[in-house]
Write a protein that binds this ligand. Structure first.
Ligand code: MN
Ligand code: MN
Length: 463
């Protein structure tokens, strides 16, 4: 019987040791994924590798489809849709999970390399919402793709392997920070001060090929090293996509090892469970779909973000191949927008309103609405749909809680929920509560991650 009171129990008190052990094991795979997939491109590559290993085949629009087919559709190397075709008519709708695989980071500017006073540095433009001061004085790695002048494309991943050098953004020593400490926190470190140190030794060359004196020999040396290592010249930066991400690996946090600490858990802490959920599906009633999308952190823009038509085109093609159409299928579909919420933080308790906040170790968070200032920008899930999800989770004894992103009028945020709801689907935000969201090293609770995975499997199986 449902209790008279809404009091989500800590999972540790509610689930037996065997369940907790499964959670620990699940999070070993999660930590590996976090270290392999630090960018949207790497997450897509790794997801495709796992999908192929589980019998999913690449799908092109127009390919024939049958119930039980396992397919994936990769979109510009930065997003991927996986699906298992269901037994029921597609016109009855699909079950969809949508998580994002981009995370806040520092993108190199298109012309990044310069020398100043004996040091070589790279200029950056930050991506997503960050507290800029958190990104200084930590080891950074550079990941991405180089587009070389000879027309080739080269993947870069430097700073994460044993023995790799790392990169670094310097900050002022406290002794000389008297003026800096008077700046407001948004400007303690300014955007144009997020410059990455890449070297300090001058090239042995003093003249270039045409006999001209080389004035910036430290930069020259870096260009020579880049040419030796990657065959690149300075102009090859211009079209390349290089992202500086924290170089530290995912680790257990706490004496009891109850947390995962890692970069990029918003939203890989939902993307990984969503991916694992679809991998293990065999036969399903309704067609099950997992979207791992890009650009959520900057507004779901571009043709790999969910404001674009790529998912609608996919849905339309699947619908037509199976004898229906997108408007029919999407308006009968149900979707969990698999994204994180802010966990209640005992140190900064006053930003939350306790009765409606989400807490670590209390299960998957159902977020009815996001938005800010009067729910502005929220998708606001329908009561009927949210109740259905709650009943489903209760029926399978899966720990869940509700969550509001901070107290009223303090700020807010958004997810892809609104863009998916625009297609006519019923959408509810569901995911893991995160501490220090958008910091270079974020914190999540293992029991919540496993509860979220179980919720996703159950939702897709739609028994
Ligand atoms: Mn997110
Ligand atoms: Mn985010």
């Amino acid at each position: 019987m449902t209790s008279l009171h809404y009091r989500p129990q800590p999972i540790g008190e509610r689930k037996e040791a065997a369940w907790r052990q499964e959670a620990w094991t699940f999070c070993e795979g999660y930590k590996q994924f976090l270290d392999i997939a630090k960018t949207e491109r790497e997450a897509t590559t790794e997801a495709v590798r796992q999908l192929q290993a589980h019998g999913f085949r690449p799908f092109s629009f127009g390919d024939p489809l049958r119930p039980g087919d396992r397919i994936y559709y990769e979109n510009h190397h930065k997003s991927v849709i996986a699906a298992v075709i269901g037994r029921r008519p597609i016109a009855e709708g699909m079950r969809v999970l949508a998580a994002h695989i981009d995370s806040p980071r520092l993108d190199l500017k298109q012309n990044p390399l310069y020398e100043k006073d004996g040091m070589a540095l790279l200029k950056t433009h930050y991506y997503g919402g960050i507290k800029k001061y958190q990104w200084t004085t930590i080891p950074l790695a550079i990941h991405g793709v180089l587009m070389l002048s000879d027309g080739s494309r080269r993947e870069i991943r430097l700073g994460d392997e044993e023995g790799d050098p790392v990169f670094y953004i310097d900050d002022l020593l406290p002794h000389l920070a008297q003026d800096q400490m008077k700046r407001d926190a948004a400007n303690v470190v300014r955007g144009e001060e997020l410059n990455i140190v890449v070297g300090s030794l001058p090239s042995g060359q003093t003249q270039d090929e045409s006999g001209e004196k080389i004035s910036e020999r430290v930069k020259e040396n870096i260009l020579r090293l880049l040419h030796e290592k990657y065959g690149m010249v300075e102009q090859d930066f211009l079209a390349s996509e290089l992202e500086a991400v924290p170089a530290f690996p995912a680790r257990d946090v706490g004496l009891d090892r109850s947390f995962v600490g890692a970069y990029g858990q918003d939203d890989r802490v939902c993307a990984y469970p969503a991916l694992q959920a679809v991998l293990e599906l065999e036969q399903v009633d309704r067609t099950a779909v997992v979207i791992l999308t890009d650009k959520e952190e900057i507004g779901s823009v571009g043709n790999t973000g969910l404001q674009s038509a790529y998912f609608r085109y996919f849905a339309a093609d699947v619908a037509e191949t199976l004898g229906s159409n997108d408007r029919t299928v999407l308006s009968h579909s149900e979707c969990l927008s698999a994204d994180v919420n802010a966990a209640y933080d005992p140190t900064f308790a006053d930003v939350s309103e306790r009765m409606n906040a989400s807490f670590v170790n209390k299960g998957v968070v159902l977020t009815k609405f996001t938005g800010a200032r009067g729910k502005s920008g929220a998708s606001d899930a329908h009561a009927e749909f949210q109740a259905g999800v709650q009943h489903l989770l209760d029926a399978h004894d899966i720990p869940w809680q509700i969550g509001e992103l901070g107290r009223v009028d303090l700020g807010g945020g958004g997810t892809v929920a609104g863009y998916l709801a625009n297609l006519g689907m019923n959408v509810l935000d569901a995911g893991v509560a995160v501490l220090s969201m958008h910091a270079p090293y974020e914190l999540t609770a293992k029991l919540d991650i496993y509860a979220t995975y179980q919720a996703f499997v159950t939702f897709l199986k739609n028994e």
